[in-house]
Ligand binder design. Structure first.
Ligand code: PGA
Length: 254
């Protein structure tokens, strides 16, 4: 059985004071869902604060982004080595906001994926279609393209230490989650596509869903066969909502 992963993507939110309260509450509540892997991805500047707050807990630290380059003359960037040094366990790669607002193409995303694995950070590879692409019946084509671009460079074996997040762009921050059936169909498609290359890796791969996951829709999403947890944006900024979502992952799995 795949252990569910529920990861908080704080995006560009927080302050030292806000984070301290949020982290304290999450650490306290996390004991109720010990069978779920939890991760917190704060902005880079707060990684060390989160590292300290999460020390001696099972909660993993994650970065929202990383450089595709090794250390050197890349002003403003943060390398995978630095993230590993500050004890990150995960790094988001290819979030749709990075792809659309910061021009990350499949080549950049693949380079970041590789860089992350080189320093033993588990990449959480985000894939997802826009509403236009869905309406044009191109969802599977788009997802396959994003997945294949990374697997073509990194190889299917790298998925043994990676997570895939399906995040339909139209569901992110909109309050309109994909339905459990819509999400399940894409998750099954992703697993099937990986299985064409390696059935065992596909069966073990965690595929999490992101896009307007809330305390009141999490359980029905996580109950689907191929949905192994969630990547939580807005709702992760409230401890009680994030913890309710984490508990939903815990109680729907056996
Ligand atoms: P949301 O964001 O939960 O606010 O929709 C999810 C994400 O972008 O990871």
């Amino acid at each position: 059985m795949r252990t569910p992963l529920v990861a908080a993507n704080w995006k560009m939110n927080g302050s030292r004071q806000f984070n301290e309260a949020l982290l304290t509450q999450i650490v306290a509540g996390a004991r109720q869902c010990a069978d779920v892997d939890l991760a917190i991805c704060p902005p880079h500047v707060y990684l060390d604060q989160a590292r300290v707050a999460l020390a001696n807990t099972e909660i993993g630290l994650g970065a929202q982004n990383l450089s595709q380059y090794d250390d050197g003359a890349f002003t403003g960037e943060v390398s995978a080595r630095m993230l590993a040094d500050i004890e990150c366990r995960y790094s988001l790669v290819g979030h749709s906001e990075r792809r659309t607002l910061f021009g990350e193409d499949d080549g950049t995303v693949s380079a970041k994926f590789r860089q992350s694995q080189m320093y033993a950070l588990q990449p959480i590879l985000c894939v997802g279609e826009t509403l236009e692409e869905r309406d044009a019946g191109r969802t599977e084509e788009v997802i396959a393209g994003q997945l294949d671009a990374v697997l073509g460079v990194a190889g299917v074996f790298t998925l043994t230490a990676a997570v895939v997040a399906y995040e339909p762009v139209w569901a992110i921050g909109t309050g309109h989650s994909a339905s459990p059936e819509q999400a399940q169909a894409v998750h099954a498609f992703i697993r099937e596509r990986v299985a064409r290359q390696d059935g065992t890796i596909a069966r073990r791969l965690r595929i999490i869903y992101g896009g307007s996951v809330k305390a009141d829709n999490a359980a029905e999403l996580f109950a689907m066969e191929d949905i192994d947890g969630g990547l939580i944006g807005g709702a992760s900024l409230k401890a009680e909502d994030f913890l309710a979502i984490a508990r939903a992952a815990s109680t729907t799995r056996t």
